[in-house]
Design a protein around this ligand. Sequence first.
Ligand code: C2E
Ligand code: CA
Ligand code: CA
Ligand code: CA
Length: 273
Amino acid sequence: AKAAGGNQTLFFETDMGSVAASNFRVESELRQAISQEQLRLYIQPQVSQNRQIRGAEVLVRWQHPQRGLILPGQFIPVAEESDLIVELGEWVLGESCKLLRQLQDRQQQLRLSVNLSVRHFRKRNFVDWMKALIQETGIDPSGLTLEITEGLFIDNLEDVIAKMNVLTELGIWFSIDDFGTGYSSLAYLANLPVHELKIDQSFVRRAPEDERAAALVETILVVASRMQMDVVAEGVETEAQADFLLSHSTQIISQGYLYGYPQPAEVLMDQLN
Ligand code: C2E
Ligand code: CA
Ligand code: CA
Ligand code: CA
């Protein structure tokens, strides 16, 4: 079996052997998993300088009846190869908006960030679907952030801009996930409604010791501050990383094991009670 990270998965490698067969199996099992409600929302806190929770990121897990809890690295890449990622994304967004509605009903000012795949965003009806979901769940959309990646800006930019503008007018925020690791140019930042940048974990991990990673983090902080965007540092695990980040910005939002692991959404709701 290959190490985790590619499309093929440890959990699903079967007697059929080949990656193609394995992917096919994941796909059909995942399709069932969605309809049989085997997916779970986990959420991880995002905290401000004084460790106050300002929001949380939704991270999906698959509670498999035989194989136990499966991480997204094992099935999202397979889902992304077809419109299965749209089905999965619609489920995650639907549940996330229900959760946000519960939070808003309790006067909790938490921002909920949801990962959105490029393929899903590019669907022709995405904006209308999103509008209907907002109506249906009765959320205030200004509590919702959609995390997208730079891969979205590689082509069809006009269509992307138009869609982002409509959603922004509704109050939704856009966050650039894994910022600085994609292939697109920075130019898009000048033309798009972007509200937040997420510093990739690889930079956060190296910054305290590695001068080049440190320089990148500092540059991202300057760009964000000049463009009045929020910055979230992801993958913060150590006090040294936290100290480095906070010594460069008091505004930075932090997310990582140092502050909290992803937990089932119910756990957070119980804590807020
Ligand atoms: P991501 O969006 O970059 O999410 C951050 C990943 O880092 C998550 O992995 C999270 O559990 C993990 N993480 C958080 N804090 C730390 C830390 O301090 N140290 C380390 N080493 N890792 C940390 P996870 O939950 O396994 O998700 C992996 C990826 O799967 C996500 O990366 C995202 O790209 C994708 N994903 C997760 N949920 C969804 C979803 O609902 N829809 C879509 N389209 N993609 C999703
Ligand atoms: Ca993310
Ligand atoms: Ca990320
Ligand atoms: Ca990532």
